[in-house]
Design a protein around this ligand. Structure first.
Ligand code: WTA
Length: 674
């Protein structure tokens, strides 16, 4: 994995190009997309009109007039003039024919709790009632932001859809993030309402969550953003599962308050296609996460098309995406894409290997799941705890997908053989929080699969690769390159909330020649990843070219971890490296040096570890924390993370004689190799 701004030269090739595997005839025969003419229609010459096909998958209150408007380049506007409502598209429009179809099968973690089967009709009732509460009790209106810090429970999509019904912009924060991370997002999005749940199950423990959000409110207030209303869903309605006391005037128990709104119906707001639907904060090169703003019409059209054509969700399918809704994968491919298609979607509260290695496969068997979408880190973990476990169950997958990080060919083969029983189509989907939906992967009914490679661009996405000097590489160059996309697409985020300059610079800055250009051809989108494109157009992702690291498919900023370490008063400098890890893909290791005069004490590592958990959450825990006498530095004072990475991985440190302090490398090596 690239770590630090190393460019493409050092990016190691992860694995060799592999052989093709072909989807089964049965799969192809039933696929939503199995006619190759789609690639002619979606040729670059037909940009942007080909995207009208995607817009036709959703219901508009007022039809759109123009497919694409570039007048605010590079904030692209899609389907302008049209109005729609996302909750209407995900619920109301299915009622005529599918009111009694299950929208969400909710599986609680404790084995003795019943799976809930929420029909589209019930979803309609619950979303309307909660929307009434948001409007009348919480006084939220179109354009307001609300932060949601909830676990994987059915009340989470209900909350999001109720926001969408009102035109309220939701900002869902991953439930495992700490109070401090939640507070940062409350402050940046200027939310006066926070929605939480009192407790949830994880690996057999009922975890107190309300206390975390009491702290979030406190920290947000310290940072200048008061939360005047904290809405608390109860994990067990009628019972408080958190020891935290209620704060008078601020806290409202949702299920109690909802009684006022039984039977309420809320007309869905007619949103402009370009209005924001939600914010999703993600890590970048700085210590401060950025709020990716996604729109309404373009986003919904795109995720609906991807759910239909790539995940191949059909009316009779039962679909399970195991992501957490707190990440983009959950937004696009648990909530919005599948529900817009009227699919039956699974949500599972807890850990896939709890209480035993078979849990995941039992859920799949018992609910008759046909499409399964997960991350390499989960596949590695499931394989490790029970390589033969899938055999014990009657699994009937037609398609199995993966997202979040590169999947090792060996792990891919296990997935294909044991989970897919040699007949499910494997779809390795490459995309990002920013892209809203898939950008590189195979169309499963049209193209063979290749272990370890995401496919070529999905229909409509046209890649361009640059070398370190900014020259474009010919297609199929087989060289590591900066991976970019030539054309805009409707799922792309609109801006960084409150920081348009950062949006323009980070995603378009390097290869744009004219900041004033209104021509999309001048604005290739920068993914931030390095990749190799083979002769057949398939891409192998090598890793991030920036300071983002990918731990268990979770995106973390090295700078965020370093900034957290630096909140410990004794710490002078901090540097994170990402080292390969059997299950997580990568794991952060942290090097810290102390301020002059500070003596290393045994508790310093713990202080730093605690600061990271407090500032970010347990997901950012470092495998090791090394307290070193000094950092290896260039003569200009830049910390050489490359050298630290080599020390951590016991690799060759290369030529270090040009460093300002080459002797330190030996000292650090001795410490690490002890
Ligand atoms: C990485 C998740 C290889 C990549 C949807 C990207 C992948 C970052 C793949 C985005 C894949 C995602 N193969 N690498 N199939 N999918 N990535 O924003 O580095 O959480 O830039 O979005 O994950 O992570 P994010």
């Amino acid at each position: 994995m690239a770590n630090g701004k190393e460019g493409t030269d050092q990016a190691a090739t992860r694995w060799k190009d592999e052989e093709y595997f072909y989807p089964s005839k049965e799969f192809i025969a039933q696929a939503n997309l199995n006619n190759k003419s789609v690639f002619d229609r979606f040729a670059l010459d037909n940009f942007p009109n080909y995207y009208a096909e995607f817009a036709d998958l959703i219901t508009w209150f007022k039809p759109w007039e123009k497919v694409f408007d570039s007048s605010e380049a590079p904030t692209w506007k899609w389907f302008t003039g049209g109005t729609l409502n996302v909750s209407y598209n995900c619920i109301d429009r299915h009622l005529a024919k599918n009111a009694n179809k299950t929208a969400i099968h909710y599986v609680p973690e404790p084995m003795n709790e019943k799976t809930e089967h929420i029909t589209y009709q019930e979803l309609y009732v619950r979303v309307n009632e909660f929307a009434a509460l948001l409007r009348n009790t919480a006084k939220l209106k179109r354009g307001d932001r609300v932060t949601i810090h909830m676990p994987m429970v059915a009340e989470l999509p209900i909350t999001m859809l109720a926001c969408a019904r009102l035109g309220v912009i939701h900002n869902v924060v991953f439930g495992g993030f700490s109070s401090s991370a939640c507070a940062d997002r409350i402050i940046d999005s200027k939310s006066r309402v926070l929605i939480t749940m009192d407790a949830y199950y994880r690996a057999g423990k009922l975890i107190d969550h309300k206390s975390v959000d009491d702290e979030s409110c406190q920290l947000a207030a310290d940072g200048g953003q008061k939360v005047d209303t904290l809405l608390i869903w109860q994990r067990y309605p009628g019972k408080n599962s958190s020891p935290a006391p209620m704060v008078a005037g601020r806290d409202i128990v949702v299920q109690d308050e909802l009684k006022k709104y039984y039977g309420a119906r809320i007309d869905p707001e007619h949103m402009d296609s370009h209005d924001p639907l939600f914010l999703m904060y993600t890590s970048g090169t700085t210590g401060k996460p950025k709020g990716c703003q996604h729109g309404t019409g373009g986003y919904l059209s795109y995720v609906t098309a991807m759910a239909k054509y790539i995940l191949d969700i059909q009316p009779e399918d039962v679909y399970w995406c195991t992501a957490d809704i707190g990440w983009i994968t959950g937004h696009s491919f648990i909530v919005y894409g599948p529900l817009a298609l009227g699919a039956s979607s699974i949500m599972y509260e807890g850990v896939p290997t709890y209480p035993d290695a078979g849990r995941n496969w039992r859920i799949a068997q018992d609910l008759g799941i046909t499409i399964f979408y997960t991350a390499p880190t989960a596949i590695r973990a499931l394989r490790k705890v029970g390589p033969d476990e899938p055999k014990k169950y009657n699994l009937k997958f037609k398609l199995i997908g993966t997202v979040g990080e590169p999947i090792e060919p060996e792990v891919w083969r296990w997935y294909y053989k044991e989970v897919g029983k040699d007949q499910a189509a494997v779809v390795d989907t490459y995309w990002q929080t920013e892209t809203g939906g898939f950008v590189f992967c195979t169309v499963p009914g049209l193209a063979p699969m290749k272990p370890g490679s995401a496919g070529p661009g999905v229909p409509g996405i046209h890649p361009v690769l640059f070398d370190d000097e900014g020259n474009t590489l010919p297609p199929g160059s087989n060289k590591p390159a900066h991976f970019c996309i030539k054309n805009p697409w409707p799922g792309c985020f609109q801006t960084i909330w409150g920081n348009r300059d950062r949006f323009v610079n980070s995603y378009f800055g390097t290869y744009n020649r004219d900041r004033n250009s209104k021509d999309w051809r001048d604005w290739p989108y920068i993914t931030g990843d390095t990749a190799i494109e083979a002769g057949d157009g398939y891409v192998r992702i090598l890793g991030r070219a920036d300071d983002v690291i990918n731990v268990s498919g979770h995106r973390l900023g090295s700078k965020e971890i370093e900034a957290a370490a630096l909140t410990v008063p004794e710490i002078a400098e901090a540097a994170v490296v990402a080292i390969p890890h059997e299950i997580k893909g990568a794991e952060p290791e942290l090097y810290v040096s102390l301020k002059p005069g500070v003596v290393a004490t045994p508790d310093i590592e713990k202080k730093v570890a605690d600061a990271i958990v407090f500032q970010i959450g347990k997901i950012a825990k470092c495998g090791r924390i090394w307290v070193v006498p000094d950092m290896p530095k260039t003569r200009s004072g830049k910390i050489m993370r490359r050298v630290l990475l080599a020390v951590s991985t016991k690799a060759d440190v290369g030529n270090i004689m040009t460093l300002a302090n080459p002797e330190i490398v030996d000292a650090i090596q001795k410490m690490v190799n002890k």
